[in-house]
Design a protein around this ligand. Sequence first.
Ligand code: FES
Length: 109
Amino acid sequence: MSDLVDVDVCAVEDLPSGSVKVVVHGDLAIAVFNADDALYAVEDRCTHDDGPLAEGEFDPDACVVSCPRHGAEFDIRTGSALTLPAYVPVDTYAVEVHDGRIRVALPRQ
Ligand code: FES
């Protein structure tokens, strides 16, 4: 049995380019971003001090989100912390589209 489980996020049309949605799975909150019709998922918890990344400013052209608490920037494609005060990357997750639904592969809980 796989250690991952597919979790439904929403219909493709409900996550237009430039938008973000949060899906909760057990004790994990995941932010799913649409950057110019490419989909990315990262843990919705800043590695500096747990800020909710989905509530931060999102630049879909640069694929960068800024933490709303102290402004650290993350590359949503890789999870890399681009600016201080964060320096540890956020976890990233695979995103797929099946039958018009966006799904993320998350650890089984
Ligand atoms: S909690 Fe995100 S920069 Fe501090």
